[in-house]
Design a protein around this ligand. Structure first.
Ligand code: PEP
Length: 265
């Protein structure tokens, strides 16, 4: 990991837990966040429990996105709409995420892309809206197993990065986080080898440089996601272009999430 980039480890709880479990998991992570003090920690609960998590983190409603919770753990959304309000039944606006104290929002997760039909164009509109609201987007990209096996990883990731981040200024690009998540590694127990991950992270950084400049790209944090566990986090953390992790399953256990975070510290 570059000495110039602070690692960021985010837990994507997906559609799991209930309110009581969301509160107790948040409390358990917040109480021990000091064990990974060199790492930015983010919890991304289901939207319905975001206020429960915000309260457990000590985030006041209406707090600014630059405000840090007393525990140092930040709150993130799992998705956002690209409009600020209106007739969009079931959706959550970026301003609503900010209003309850969120600092981050995952966008373009592979489950959103494959199960909910989100294209790079849709993701791009969401990235712009989330940036305009003052939140940090965590923009996910990654190839499927079939795409990797047919030698299309580079082409697919290039298209996703350039499409999802089209028309975004260098100043705004400097604020984002990218998550490389090979779809075949998400929730499967199959983690990319450190070399496979590093190769794609280096590609992503070169694309970010093309969209902005090498100086800006050098500052952007790129997380790896896909079956990250306490026992494989250290070897991923040792790669020069891997600046943290986006963690699904293992983020549902405070011990595992914190062990992963410590590996990136
Ligand atoms: C994810 O959903 O972003 C993810 C990486 O999941 P898991 O860690 O369970 O593979």
């Amino acid at each position: 990991m570059s000495t110039r980039r602070k690692s960021i480890v985010a837990g994507n709880w997906k559609m799991n837990l209930d309110a009581a479990k969301a509160r107790s998991l948040t409390e358990a992570v917040a109480a021990r966040a000091g064990e990974a003090a060199n790492v930015d920690l983010v919890l991304c609960p289901p939207a319905l429990y975001a206020t429960t998590v915000a309260a457990a983190l000590g985030l006041a409603a209406g707090s600014s996105p630059s405000g840090v919770a007393p525990s140092g753990v930040a709150l993130g959304g799992q998705n956002s709409h690209d409009k600020e309000s209106g007739a969009f039944t079931g959706e959550v606006a970026p301003g609503m995420l900010r209003d309850i104290g969120s600092r981050y929002c995952i966008l373009g997760h592979s489950e959103r892309r494959t199960l909910f039909g989100e294209t790079d164009k849709v993701v791009n509109a969401k990235v712009k809206a989330v940036l305009a609201t003052g939140l940090t987007p965590i923009v996910c990209v990654g190839e499927s197993l079939e795409e990797r096996e047919s030698g299309r990883t580079e082409a697919v990731v290039t298209e996703q990065v350039l499409g999802s981040l089209a028309g975004i200024s260098a100043d705004d690009l400097a604020k984002i986080v990218v998550a490389y998540e090979p779809v075949w590694a998400i929730g499967t127990g199959k983690v990319a080898t450190p070399q496979q991950a590093q190769d794609v992270h280096a590609l992503v950084r070169s694309l970010l440089a093309r969209l902005s400049s090498p100086t800006v790209a050098d500052k952007i944090r790129i997380q790896y996601g896909g079956s990250v566990k306490p026992d494989n986090a250290a070897e991923l953390a040792a790669c020069p272009d891997i600046d943290g992790a986006l963690v699904g399953g293992a983020s549902l256990k405070a011990d595992d999430f914190l062990a992963i975070a410590k590996a990136f510290g």
